[in-house]
Design a protein around this ligand. Structure first.
Ligand code: FAD
Ligand code: DHB
Length: 388
């Protein structure tokens, strides 16, 4: 049976970041990933990094390309009722965010991880996470293998095997499903504006984002049961423009989509995030709706807390930080869950009810007039402190 210090399940951003941080601190780890490297690398997901995430990737030694190619954003815009209000992140929160796609982070991390990742590891099963050591099995090229380690870390996303292995009476799930999805497209056209624009409109929410100065990422709120086939590029561009203020709509450069997908929106938190020798990290433990781009950043914040605990344990056998992991991670998770829920509720169309729409406009108007309210948004958007 193979042995290592930490077995990580899942080679998404959280699994690879953790592996890299442990490696930098002399802790041995193996990552088991069900998919091929190409499959994981091709998933178009997050695009916006908080400064804390940028710092972690730099500490992990994988930040060189990010610092060169990432776009620094000092603010973003809210568009509503024919008005536009800029949230000055630098002025209100003293920080900025970085536009750098998850696909790029994934590539930088996978390059650094090299042979520490076992790609296409099928049928991962946690055999023991409570005994004097942890045991896990997987199948690679038709052959079954077993690994013994001190800890197992589940970085295997919402549908992974790790959280599913926890007995139902030891875990609490909190969940809210939103009655709409996001239709997103990627296109090699220049972004409509230098900064991101979040639009509240009677027809539904729209977001103008980007991956670079020549590649745009746009989203429109859509019904949950909509099919991709019913969204031609032409229909998408028309819908996007109809939800933006006229002066912006007139500037949208259209072009063929290179990716198009529909994502459902969900808030989900599993508590606690530790079960004996098993820890849950990132999407395996919590999901936020994308509004505000907290998903990937929260995963990075979990990694920061956990890697420090693991390094301390392997240095001194002290379990102090590991024992605090769940409590410290969840404190921040719930605050980001609140912000993502709030921002989603403020910007999306939930019904045809005029009262709900007028309340949204009143709150957006208040935000535009109140420095204090704008500052609260800015502080959350750039990322709360790690020990909040
Ligand atoms: P994941 O990225 O889900 O990685 C989990 C990995 O585990 C995967 O590679 C998976 O193949 C592997 N795995 C799963 N089960 C097993 C198993 N049994 N055995 C072995 N391996 C397994 N966030 C934002 O901030 N902004 C966005 O715009 C945004 N858009 C998103 C769009 C979609 C469609 C989705 C699903 C998420 C989006 N997110 C977004 C969220 C963000 O991408 C996630 O928060 C982030 O990927 C979390 O990283 P993770 O490593 O925890 O999980
Ligand atoms: C992106 C997604 C978000 O949810 C967000 O708030 C900002 C940017 C993006 O995919 O670019």
């Amino acid at each position: 049976m193979a042995k290592t210090q930490v077995t990580i399940v899942g080679a998404g951003p959280s699994g690879l970041m953790l592996c890299q941080m442990l490696h930098r601190h002399g802790v041995d780890a193996v990552v088991l990933e069900r998919q091929t490297r190409e499959h994981v690398g091709a998933r178009i997901r997050a695009g916006l990094l908080e400064q804390g995430t940028v710092e972690l990737l730099n500490e992990a030694g994988v930040g060189e390309r990010m610092m060169r190619e990432g776009l620094v954003h000092d603010g973003f815009e809210l568009a509503f009722d024919g008005r536009r209000h800029r949230i000055d992140l630098a002025g209100l929160a003293g920080k900025h965010v970085l536009v750098y796609g998850q696909t790029e982070i994934q590539r930088d991390l996978a390059d650094a991880a090299g042979a520490r990742v076992i790609w296409e590891a099928k049928d991962v099963a946690i055999l023991d996470s409570e005994g004097s050591s942890a045991r896990i099995s997987y199948v690679k090229d038709g052959v079954k293998h077993e690994i013994r380690s001190e800890f197992i870390v589940g970085c295997d996303g919402y549908h992974g095997a790790s959280r599913a292995s926890v007995p139902k009476d030891r875990i609490v799930h909190h969940e809210r499903i939103y009655p709409f999805g996001w239709l997103g497209i990627l296109a090699d056209v220049p972004p409509v504006s230098e900064e991101l624009v979040y639009a509240n409109h009677r027809r539904g929410f729209a977001l103008c984002s980007m991956r670079s100065r020549t590649r745009s990422r746009y989203y429109v709120q859509c019904p949950l049961d909509d099919k991709l086939e019913s969204w031609s590029d032409e229909r998408f561009w028309d819908e996007l423009r109809s939800r933006l203020p006229p002066e912006l709509a007139g500037k949208v450069v259209v072009g063929p989509s290179i990716e198009k997908s529909i994502a459902p929106l969900r808030s989900f938190v599993a508590e606690p995030m530790r079960f004996g020798r098993l820890f849950l990290v990132g999407d395996a433990a919590h999901i936020v709706p994308p509004t505000g781009a907290k998903g990937l950043n929260l995963a990075a914040a979990d990694v920061r807390v956990l890697y420090q605990g693991l390094v301390e344990y392997f240095r001194s056998r002290s379990t102090t930080l590991l024992d605090e992991y769940s409590m410290r991670a969840l404190a921040r998770v719930w605050k980001a869950t609140r912000f993502s829920w709030w921002f989603t509720t403020l910007m999306h169309k939930f019904s045809d009810e005029a009262f709900a729409y007028r309340l949204q406009l009143a709150e957006l108007g208040y935000l535009a007039e109140s420095r204090a309210a704008s500052q609260a948004v800015a502080e959350n958007y750039v990322g709360l402190p790690f020990d909040c």
